[in-house]
Write a protein that binds this ligand. Structure first.
Ligand SMILES: C[S@@+](CC[C@H](N)C(=O)[O-])C[C@H]1O[C@@H](n2cnc3c(N)ncnc32)[C@H](O)[C@@H]1O
Length: 237
């Protein structure tokens, strides 16, 4: 029950510029998004099935990356051909499977989510996509699980609770190989980052601090891409 309450609150914190489309949380107009989707590689049948089943059965489906962001994750992964990926925030596994598309032979993804009700759903699709031996699911609070994982990563995707973004970054930065990439989702937080946050809006404050810190951080070079809800790309120096 507590889990449901948390997910619902996440959902209403998530910006939507246009309610007409199922996963629009973008600053770009719907017609431009439609055009971009039309001129982008389609998602696979399995990803399409996963997305539809998520929207039919799972709470807060807007959290799923979706077609365009999924293709961005897939492309970055294919360009990098990572041996080891860490994902913080699996949800129903859409982004995990997109990232998996670029894995090097024998590459692995460790993906973390604290919602145990999603584990079987994720597993079903990891098996369907043929990536079940390369994707290791971890269930529990990411803050506790990340230090237990003794790996070095080529690619990290941070997409869980916003309040902990900075701590996740600090937990993983020394484990990221030079030239490796840390992607962080929702860093524009529905546009709230350019407004004065309400006194108790800890998520917005956290994202603002995270973006400010990344810009100053000499360990990475940073691009904040105003794509969907904002995705930052930090390259380890
Ligand atoms: C935005 S969703 C991830 C979406 C997914 N990456 C995708 O693009 O399809 C965020 C996920 O983070 C998980 N989460 C939230 N707080 C967490 C925590 N402290 N530790 C681990 N997982 C957490 C939630 O259960 C949720 O499934």
């Amino acid at each position: 029950m507590a889990k449901n309450i948390r997910l619902v609150s996440f959902r209403f914190n998530t910006f939507e510029s246009d309610n007409s489309k199922r996963y629009n949380m973008s600053f770009i107009s719907q017609s431009i998004l439609d055009y971009a989707e039309k001129h982008t590689e389609p998602e696979s049948k399995i990803l399409q099935e996963l997305r539809i089943e998520t929207w039919q059965k799972i709470l807060a489906p807007r959290m799923l990356s979706g077609h365009l962001q999924g293709r961005l994750l897939s492309l970055i992964s294919k360009l990098m051909q990572p041996k080891m990926i860490l994902e913080i925030g699996t949800y129903t596994g859409y982004s995990t499977l997109c990232l998996a598309e670029g894995l090097a032979a024998n590459g692995m993804i460790h993906t973390i989510d604290n919602n145990e009700e999603l584990v079987d759903f994720q597993k079903k699709y990891f098996i369907k996509a043929g990536f079940d031996t390369q994707i290791i699911q971890h269930t529990g609070p990411a803050l506790a699980i990340i230090p237990q994982l003794k790996y070095n990563y080529d690619l990290v995707f941070i997409d869980a609770d916003k309040i902990n973004y900075n701590t996740y970054f600090e937990q993983i930065i020394d484990k990221v190989n030079v030239g490796g990439i840390i992607l962080s989702d929702n860093v524009l937080w529905g546009g709230k980052v350019v407004k004065t946050p309400l006194k108790n809006d800890w998520d917005t404050k956290s994202i603002i601090n995270f973006n400010t810190k990344l810009k100053k951080d000499k360990r990475v070079e940073i691009l904040l891409l105003p794509f969907r809800d904002g995705i930052s790309i930090a390259r380890k120096l």
